[in-house]
Design a protein around this ligand. Structure first.
Ligand code: URP
Ligand code: ZN
Ligand code: ZN
Length: 462
């Protein structure tokens, strides 16, 4: 069956054109004028923009932590993603101590298969680089996994030392695997956390106080330096502050292959959230933490000027009741992570495009195209072109809504952006040509989403 999306304004990272789009067999077949004559079905997009489906490069679905489990699985999490205009996610498959990376991949495939409603891929999140793991890193691309994440924070659990980071960078260089790094100095943070707790400081606010921007800046500088010595590219996840961004700017200005992501929550929320009454601040506990408001203007400038390439949700949802509450009386036990898979694009569109901070082409580039390029999904995903998957969002730039937990698809008992008014929302979302969201209603099916093996990163596409 052939479908035409007619009368819309097609927006890619590069262009804005008024044209019809012909879809056949889940792919874009043709872009042009008056294509309705070729179609069995038509979708009217007049007054709307048609954009490539969003790619969220950083999610944590169905992920165990030391005390609990993220509250969205691959079904609820990907329905929420789709409702917000995202048609591909790259989720973090998490290795437990001693596990083979290929066993971890099997586990993550089982979590996603039959559940995901949009396409997905995996990064490998590594906490233990001993035994055969270093050899396995080189073989991961054969399984379609071309990126790793390692941690310079979370002492006693996931944190690796500099030698291990350096060795994993060297090893990844052999197969072209891109290393993503969580940059916070875990030793400094551990010391500050212990001191705060021994001083009787147990509130959520101390989560932010014990993870200062300089601890992120220092670790970012170190990770970039080690990648530079190893002669490999590096991807810095969830940049939250000026101190870290400055290191990225310096490296990119020097021509180094350094890529960096920020998250929607760092752009519109700030550390004052931790002082909400009672234990409410726990809802905002994530690492790195929300920062003082002035960091936001630096992050926006980093996005506008191309120093930050991608926008993630870092969706890592825990319910307030019973999950965030695990840290009552000790902020260091609050599960780290916030929900945002559903709101990433709508909040960013309003705060970025509506306010004039970024162009609509940059919106597409940052929410979709750049992730596709950096992570080896391009041009199958991340653009509108003949031959690309018909992952498309018919976006209504004039429609308004108030963000609220009451109307969300995410399986979590609060919304991080509660009460925010947004203008510009998905009217219809297609995954490989099939409509899966219509006016905020899910009309797709569990299991429609397929694993997408990724190519290795090339500098040409970065
Ligand atoms: O607080 C966060 N970001 N939780 C998820 C794990 C991570 O570090 O990305
Ligand atoms: Zn992280
Ligand atoms: Zn994360």
């Amino acid at each position: 069956m052939k479908t035409v999306i007619r009368g819309g304004t097609i927006v890619t990272a590069a262009d804005v054109v008024h044209a019809d789009l012909l879809i056949a067999d889940g792919k874009i077949e043709m872009i042009g004028e008056n294509l309705v004559r070729f179609a069995d079905e038509e979708i009217d997009a007049s007054g709307k923009i048609v954009i490539p489906g969003g790619i969220d490069p950083h999610t944590h679905l169905d992920m165990p932590t030391r005390s609990t489990q993220t509250s969205d699985d691959f079904e609820t999490g990907t329905i929420a993603a789709a409702a917000g205009g995202t048609t591909t996610i790259i989720d973090f498959a998490m290795q437990e101590k001693g596990q083979s990376l290929f066993d971890v991949l099997d586990i993550w495939h089982k979590k996603a298969e039959g559940k995901a409603v949009i396409d997905y891929s995996f990064h490998m999140m590594i906490g233990d680089l001993s035994g055969p793991v270093m050899d396995e890193i080189v073989k991961l691309p054969e399984a379609g996994v071309t990126s790793l994440k390692v941690f310079l924070a979370y002492k006693h659990t996931l944190q690796v030392d500099d030698q291990t980071l350096f060795q994993s960078l060297l090893q990844s260089g052999k197969s072209g695997t891109l290393v993503a790094v969580h940059c916070e100095n875990g030793d400094v943070i551990d010391t500050l956390v212990n001191k705060a707790l021994s001083d009787g400081r147990t509130d959520p606010l101390f989560h932010a106080i014990t993870r200062p921007p300089d601890a992120e800046g220092e670790a970012t500088q170190r990770a970039i330096a080690l990648a530079s010595i190893a002669g490999v590219p590096i991807y810095i996840v969830h940049v939250s502050c000026k101190e870290a961004l400055e290191q990225v700017i310096r490296a990119r200005t020097d021509g180094k292959p350094v890529y960096a992501e920020t998250c929607v929550h760092y752009l519109v929320l700030d550390e004052s959230a931790y002082s909400k009454p009672g234990f409410e601040g726990a809802k905002y506990v994530c690492s790195p933490p929300l920062r003082a408001k002035h960091h936001q203007e630096h992050l926006w400038s980093g996005l506008k000027n191309g120093f930050l390439q991608t926008l993630a949700s870092d969706h890592c949802p825990f319910c307030y009741k019973e999950q965030k509450e695990l840290g009552k009386g000790n902020f260091s036990l609050i599960p780290n992570g916030v929900p945002g898979i559903e709101d990433r694009m709508t909040v960013f569109y309003t705060a970025g495009v509506r306010s004039g901070k970024i162009s609509v082409n940059q919106f597409v580039d940052i929410t979709s195209t750049r992730s596709a390029k950096i992570f080896g999904l391009y041009p199958k995903k991340g653009t509108i072109a003949a031959g690309a998957d018909a992952d498309l969002v018919i976006w209504d730039p004039e429609k308004e809504k108030t963000v609220s937990a009451q109307h969300q698809h995410q399986r979590v008992d609060y919304n991080l952006f509660e009460g925010m008014k947004v203008k510009g929302v998905p009217a219809q979302v297609l995954s490989r040509g099939k409509t899966i969201i219509k006016e905020n209603e899910f009309v797709g099916s569990a299991g429609w989403g397929k694993f997408v093996p990724r190519a290795v990163h090339t500098r040409f596409h970065g």
